[in-house]
Design a protein around this ligand. Structure first.
Ligand code: ADP
Ligand code: MG
Length: 334
């Protein structure tokens, strides 16, 4: 059973950035307004994320890393219809099978923080002979999750990573996506012991400020904002997209569906086609789209490793969005 769990976990999380994405989503789900990420060795040595959200009850700590443990019951009811939200209650469980996981957390009601370590879904003691029960320590409300030595027990996976800077680049890209999307949340991401590099976005930053911080002024000065909604196809979309004055060497597409960062080859292709009629050859746009789609219309049959999402009437929805983009191309909004 343990081997099965380990293999399953290694399939869901194939790179440090996949674990980090789950941890970011948990922190955001917990109502955090500040989120700090610290990374060692491209996330293979350490991935640490500290939030100021509602924390975890001490009583819930023993089962936290068991499979299908989730406090998101409302979301669970929607499980049959939500593909975007991916698997439920499996992220921490999976991580505990392929890394050393420790959790320090404090709710507003608690007079202290509690710290626990996990392996293979269960509480474990930090030193041999000691109890595995959570220990009280000083700490502020919120949660800190540390993932150490990712894939320490999956040699084949470990060997696949040649460059930690490549993994760090993926991590920065992912944190950057959520930092643009989550207005009202401060984000920071840095390498352990290195305070200069990385991402730092204050809580008060507007969407344009966020894009400027992460993608630069050149694009932030050429953005156009649109909103579009269609009841027939059950969706709403807000976009911040570059106009015809902006070009880059490659397309930047930040796509969120129901507040999860996802990929859609169909959207990417249509967006690129739309711009290609207006931009010179070899020039590419910046496109940030936040789509809310009726969960019933989002594809359920998405494997957890795949970020690729499908939804009903994809062609019609994409056509409406690309019309908006076309209308935006001649404008300057900022
Ligand atoms: P899911 O997010 O699908 O519920 P996870 O395995 O990602 O499953 O997390 C399990 C549970 O742990 C969550 O439902 C939540 O109750 C709790 N949890 C995880 N991370 C945090 C966090 N940063 N703050 C508060 N609670 C958390
Ligand atoms: Mg989760």
């Amino acid at each position: 059973q343990d081997v099965v769990n380990k293999i399953a976990a290694g399939e869901i999380i194939v790179a440090p950035v996949h674990a980090l994405k789950e941890l970011i989503e948990n922190a955001v789900d917990a109502g955090s307004t500040a989120l700090e990420v610290v990374v060692k060795d491209g996330g293979l040595k350490l991935l640490q994320i500290t939030d100021n959200g509602h924390g975890i009850d001490k009583e819930d700590m023993p089962i936290l890393c068991e499979r299908f443990t989730t406090s998101k019951l409302k979301a669970f009811e929607d499980l049959t219809s939500i593909g975007t939200y991916g698997f439920r209650g499996e992220a921490l469980a999976s991580i505990s099978h392929i890394a050393h996981l420790s959790v320090t957390t404090r709710t507003k009601e608690s007079s202290c923080a509690w710290r626990a370590q996990y392996a293979d879904g269960k509480l474990v003691s930090s030193k041999p002979g000691q109890s595995a029960e959570p220990k009280p320590i000083a700490g502020r409300p919120g949660t800190q999750i540390s993932v150490e030595d990712l894939f320490y027990n999956v040699q084949s996976r470990r060997r696949a990573f040649r460059s930690s800077s490549e993994e760090y680049a993926k991590i920065l890209d992912m944190v950057g996506r959520y930092a643009v999307h989550c207005s009202g949340v401060a984000f920071s991401c840095k390498k352990h012991g290195d305070h200069s590099s990385g991402i730092s976005v204050p809580v008060s930053a507007s969407i344009v400020d966020r894009i400027r911080q992460i993608h630069g002024s050149t694009v932030a000065n050429e953005l156009v904002n649109f909103k579009v909604e269609d009841v027939r196809w059950g969706f709403k979309c807000e976009g911040w997209v570059s106009n015809a004055n902006y070009s880059s060497k490659r397309t930047s597409l930040l796509l969120f569906i129901n507040h999860r960062s996802v990929d859609s080859a169909a959207i990417k292709k249509s967006v690129e086609q739309t711009y290609s009629l207006f931009l010179p050859k070899g020039a590419h746009p910046f496109v940030y789209l936040s789509l809310d789609i009726d969960p019933q219309r989002v594809d359920v049959n998405v494997h957890p490793t795949k970020r690729e999402v499908h939804f009903l009437n994809e062609d019609e929805v994409i056509a409406i969005i690309c019309d908006e983009i076309r209308n935006s191309l001649g404008k300057v909004d900022t």
